[in-house]
Design a protein around this ligand. Structure first.
Ligand SMILES: C[S@@+](CC[C@H](N)C(=O)[O-])C[C@H]1O[C@@H](n2cnc3c(N)ncnc32)[C@H](O)[C@@H]1O
Length: 210
């Protein structure tokens, strides 16, 4: 058992991939109820809608899929097939119970993605590019597994976006590796949220692989 209780504050303070594995192993069973429902967590839906609105299509990789909240919304729009990748076997186990995903890939994004290059026509991510989790370096692994023209909808916590230099990384990619970059700011939580992070925002980075 980790010393910190599984909640958002503990998640934001994580230092390593092993910390993430440990916390999410404990959180997986009640993540949907204790966090997503209670905090009116809207980011998975915002991300999925942005992807579909930009014309995104399957096959899709849901990056840091967790319990499958973003994939569930995508599937509701008729998008598929969808694969889930996550460092936490326990979160993936919850996701796979929902009959949304084709495959579950248990892997650390910081160590690369163990699938052939150019496997996906779309890439989504909700809530994984945030404090204590994953930084901009992981975008390279995402681009490797995406096909030419693949649509991306990657949500990034807005203050993490600033402190980790996502803007410079994405603008640097723009010349050759991606195009049609659009950055939209959204509220992570809805009006029913009550926690200390209730007003937090995220940037949804929409772009296509060149
Ligand atoms: C806040 S949850 C978001 C889950 C889901 N996408 C959502 O919006 O509800 C962050 C997820 O990122 C995963 N994660 C954290 N670090 C990771 C890493 N290095 N590689 C892969 N997944 C990671 C965690 O296991 C967790 O499932």
């Amino acid at each position: 058992m980790s010393k910190t209780p599984p909640n958002l504050n503990a998640a934001y303070g994580l230092k390593s991939s092993d910390d993430n594995k440990q916390l999410y192993a404990e959180w997986a069973g009640d993540y949907d109820d204790s966090f997503a429902t209670r905090e009116d967590y809207q980011l998975p839906a915002h991300t999925a809608r942005a992807f579909v609105g930009a014309g995104g299509q399957g096959p899709v990789l849901d990056v840091g899929a967790g319990t499958g909240l973003c994939g569930g919304v995508l599937a509701g729009f008729g998008v598929g097939p969808i694969d889930a990748i996550d460092i936490s076997a326990e979160m993936l186990d919850q996701a796979m119970r929902k009959d949304i995903y084709r495959d579950a890939i248990e892997a650390d994004l910081n160590a690369g993605i163990p699938v052939p290059r150019e496997s996906y026509s779309g890439v989504v991510s909700s809530g994984t590019f945030t404090h204590g989790h994953v930084g901009p370096d992981a975008l390279n692994a995402l681009l490797r597994v995406a096909r030419h023209g693949a649509q991306f909808a990657i949500s990034i916590n807005a203050s993490h976006f600033e402190t980790m230099g996502f803007d410079a990384v994405l603008k640097g990619f723009e010349a050759e590796r991606i195009h049609n970059l659009v950055l939209n700011k959204v509220r992570i939580y809805g009006d029913l949220a009550i926690g200390p992070n209730k007003d937090d925002q995220a940037i949804i980075a929409l772009f296509e692989k060149s």
